[in-house]
Write a protein that binds this ligand. Structure first.
Ligand SMILES: Cc1ncc(COP(=O)(O)O)c(C=O)c1O
Length: 372
């Protein structure tokens, strides 16, 4: 009999899978660890989902999410052929790797890897990117951000190998996660101009930022902007994200996706979301207000808080290590995220909750600092 292990591809055996934030089983925790929105979806969205929860669940959903693509196209002033909808933006990102990057041949590690096999991304940024590259047998190419998480001056690196202009796929989280730092459209445009492969601008948190880069996806044939309904639109549960970009790139993704990749209730929820944007815009303003208040409160407690353009803060806590802070907050029923990677291990990532949750966090931090 073959051993089950020997049946699994070596690449899969070696893979370090993505680690999602904890979804706790215990009730009553203040959950500030996975950047979910603290406010529920709009009442109109909940009503639309309820109204669709009937015998129709036996039917397949619209295979191309066409009404949703059309509505998104109107929102972004483009054609439906420029919209790709996925099962969360995670699926969009995974399909981009499969559609645009060649798996590396075995010798890639020994010589200069070919651009067509490179997945390039800044570090720190979304920790799924290296996993997607590994899964595909592509070559990952992490490039450090500056010490304060700004974009490095890659354009001055024309010579040498530090930045690859020929990378098949370059992934940019903008605003950045986990640091929260925002980037200007102008600096992103300069990078897009210089790249010869596909560039994905992952705007998962952009609704909380001052600037967005969507026009770059409409101006450049090799640029895709990724958006999600998860964070700003309170719909993590429904798993819907999308790309905006050139019809040829969108068509390539369409060719390799599952036939019914976007769930029916997801499509219904997103359509209703787009009919009630005013509700969400009011929430963005509340979250940004809470973010600014919490930034000041934590700074007053000697936390080194990065300026944020997102719905989370990235802060280096005083006195104890970030890892110990995470545990001390957990002991007080507050969950925040800590990453063990060397470039971010000194920081806590704190999702912006309601005002009451943010106050509870600030109070807990003050109590921890007072205790001896
Ligand atoms: C930068 C970034 N991009 C994409 C995603 C994926 O979002 P979703 O798959 O829920 O649309 C996340 C989720 O944490 C994220 O942080």
């Amino acid at each position: 009999m073959p051993s089950p292990t020997s049946l699994v591809r070596p690449l899969v055996r070696r893979l370090h899978a993505y680690v999602p934030g904890e979804q706790p089983k215990i009730r009553g925790l203040i959950k500030l660890n996975t950047n979910e929105n603290p406010y529920p979806p709009s009442p109109k969205v909940l009503a639309a989902v309820r109204a669709a929860t009937d015998g129709r669940l036996r039917l397949y959903p619209n295979p191309t999410a066409q009404p949703l693509r059309e509505k998104l196209a109107r929102l972004h002033r483009c054609a439906p052929e420029q919209i790709f909808v996925g099962n969360g933006s995670d699926e969009c990102l995974a399909l981009a790797v499969r559609a645009f990057v060649e798996p590396a041949d075995g010798s890639a590690a020994r010589r200069r890897p070919a651009g067509r096999s490179l997945v390039q991304y800044f570090t720190p940024s979304y920790s799924l990117y290296p996993v997607l590259a590994d899964m595909h047998g592509a070559v990952r190419r992490p490039v450090p951000l500056t010490k304060d998480f700004d974009l490095p001056d890659v354009l001055s690196r024309r010579r040498g190998d530090a930045w690859r202009f020929d990378a098949a796929l370059t992934l940019v989280t903008t605003p950045n996660a986990p640091s929260g730092r925002g980037y200007s459209r102008t600096s992103l445009d300069a990078i897009c101009h210089a790249q010869r492969g596909v560039v994905v601008l992952d705007e998962a948190y952009v609704d909380f930022a001052e600037e967005h880069a969507l026009p770059l996806a409409l101006a450049h044939p090799h640029v895709l902007v990724a958006r999600t309904f998860s964070k700003a639109y309170s719909l993590c549960f429904q798993r819907v994200g999308y790309f905006v970009g050139h019809p040829t790139l969108i068509g390539a993704l369409d060719r390799i996706r599952d036939s019914y990749n976007v769930k029916g209730l997801g499509q219904i929820a997103e359509l209703a979301t787009l009919d009630d944007l005013a509700y969400y815009r009011a929430n963005f303003a509340r979250i940004v207000h809470t973010r600014e208040t919490l930034t000041r409160q934590l700074a007053a407690l000697d936390f080194d808080v990065q300026p944020s353009q997102t719905n989370f803060l990235f802060a280096r806590p005083p006195r104890f290590s970030a890892k110990i802070w995470q545990q001390k907050l957990r002991d007080r029923k507050i969950l925040v995220r800590w990453f063990s990677a060397p470039d971010v291990r000194d920081y806590l990532r704190i999702t912006i909750g309601t005002d009451a949750e943010a106050r509870a966090l600030a109070r807990a931090a003050a109590t921890i600092l007072r205790a001896r």
